[in-house]
Design a protein around this ligand. Structure first.
Ligand SMILES: C[S@@+](CC[C@H](N)C(=O)[O-])C[C@H]1O[C@@H](n2cnc3c(N)ncnc32)[C@H](O)[C@@H]1O
Length: 203
């Protein structure tokens, strides 16, 4: 199997991994990546976090993740994030990229928040639907930014299952995030992604 090194892979999800890494709490001891696919983000998190778990429903993706990850302190499990028997409040960080639109989004945010330790950070990078023609300028801008990056970096297609189109618009996702995760920061990004960053209150 020809394996492309993680550092040589680029796509719209990987583009936002740095945002996630920057949001990790200081001294974070454990992280869970929900919908980890082939494990690119989990491997990146492992550089800063001693114990990382990646979970995905898709067995072939988890097999690939395991084949590509030699580091100790990283575990990949096949399972459904809603039913896998994780202990509540057991992770210092929970991350999820391009996965929330596969789930009931409200239930997904609640489940990820439950799995976080008090003081821990949740970072979701997700997909939502644009509203046309109102968002046309954003679509044109995204297409230009995409082309520039693609020329420089190429484009790596992940093999994990996809869902298209995303069921919720950016506005709906923002409203849901604000009501589900009090005090969260919602940002809409250039390359067809939004992010939600939230720190679980200590009390
Ligand atoms: C579009 S892929 C994203 C993969 C990876 N995060 C990335 O950025 O390349 C979404 C992943 O979410 C996984 N997934 C969907 N529902 C899930 C669930 N309930 N529990 C765990 N994983 C789930 C799918 O199997 C799929 O691999």
């Amino acid at each position: 199997m020809l394996v492309i090194p993680d550092a040589d892979r680029w796509n719209h999800n990987i583009h936002y991994h740095r945002l996630i890494e920057r949001a990790l709490p200081q001294g974070c001891a454990s992280a869970l990546d929900v919908g980890c696919g082939e494990g690119v983000l989990a491997r990146q998190l492992r550089r800063q976090v001693p114990e990382v778990v990646g979970i995905d429903l898709d067995e072939p993706s988890i097999m690939l993740a395991r084949q590509q990850s030699s580091s100790c302190g990283i575990r990949f499990v096949v399972g459904d994030v809603f039913t896998y028997p994780f202990d509540p409040a057991s992770f210092g960080a929970v991350t999820s990229v391009a996965t929330l639109h596969h789930l009931d989004a409200r239930a997904g945010l609640e489940r990820m928040a439950d799995l976080l330790k008090p003081g821990g950070t949740l970072v979701v990078v997700g997909l939502a639907r644009s509203r046309l023609p109102r968002d046309l300028h954003r679509e044109l801008c995204a297409t230009m930014v995409h082309r520039i990056h693609r020329i420089r970096r190429g484009y790596w297609e992940h093999s994990a299952p996809t869902v298209w189109p995303p069921p919720m618009t950016y506005g709906e996702m923002r409203a849901l995030a604000m009501t589900s995760l009090s005090g969260c920061v919602f940002r809409r990004h250039a390359l067809w992604r939004y992010s939600i960053t939230w720190t679980k209150p200590d009390t």
